[in-house]
Design a protein around this ligand. Structure first.
Ligand code: FES
Ligand code: FES
Length: 241
């Protein structure tokens, strides 16, 4: 069996590697050597019943950074582990629990929020990558901070209500954020694969097929799709809900 220490960088190489990491602000990353040291200490502590010796605290503390996110029009300063997803920053640190964690793998769309008006899966976006951008969550879509009636909601929220575009509601915040951006994309003349298939590439109509395709990243486990399509169609065509 190959001795793993044979792959260890020489001290000089190691120092150079450390300098490079520091230069790029990545020194907090757990490099192989630190990992081996930490794992060694942890194993020894477990073996000898000395939990306090197994301190992985140093690298963890070093990973915390400060960041200010602009969320729903307000600056929100945060101290976060640099690996925190935007979804966790919103839900766990800012108490904005409208965005939902469905799969945490970019497959369901429940976590969709708008970043500079573009829809993103916040579970796949690092909070730090969203610094400097305007983030809009479902809580920030309505016309007023504390809407009292349907007229104070965003037209897409109102359309979902009018068309019963939900059952359990778990996917709904992501569906609505996604639909808002999808309609904007359509208004800008952005194409989808359906536009290409139908040959309607010069400002395609928002047909039901177009809506289904453009909303295909948002899964609804309750199967409220016909009503979701109806809600999006209403807003895209400028018809009142
Ligand atoms: Fe982000 Fe499912 S939770 S895509
Ligand atoms: Fe239940 Fe969509 S309304 S998952």
């Amino acid at each position: 069996m190959t001795d793993p220490s044979l792959n260890e960088p020489e001290p000089k190489e190691f120092e150079q590697e450390e300098r490079e990491l520091e230069k790029h602000g990545l020194h907090f990353e757990l490099n192989r050597r630190t990992f081996m040291q930490t794992a060694g200490a942890f194993s020894a502590a477990m073996a000898f019943g000395l939990p306090e010796t197994a301190s992985a605290k140093a690298p963890a503390a070093a990973m915390v950074r400060t960041v200010t996110l602009s969320v729903n029009g307000s600056p929100r300063p945060l101290s976060l582990d640099s690996r925190t997803s935007l979804l966790d920053a919103l839900r766990e640190h800012l108490d904005l629990t409208g965005s939902k964690k469905g799969c945490d793998h970019g497959q369901c769309g429940a976590c969709t929020v708008l970043v500079n008006g573009r829809r993103v899966n916040s579970c796949l976006t690092l909070a730090f990558a969203a610094e400097g951008a305007e983030i809009t969550t479902i809580e920030g879509l309505a016309k007023t901070a504390d809407p009292k009636d349907i007229g104070e909601l965003h037209p897409m929220q109102a359309a979902f209500l009018e068309h019963d575009g939900y059952q359990c509601g778990y996917c709904t915040p992501g569906q609505i954020c996604s639909a808002v951006a999808a309609v904007e994309e359509y208004k800008r003349g952005a194409l989808s694969i359906v536009s290409l298939h139908t040959g309607k590439v010069d400002h395609p109509e928002m047909t039901d097929d177009e809506i289904r395709e453009r909303m295909s990243g948002n899964i609804c486990r309750c199967g409220a799709y016909p009503n979701i399509v109806a809600a999006v169609r209403t807003v895209a065509r400028g018809e009142s809900a």
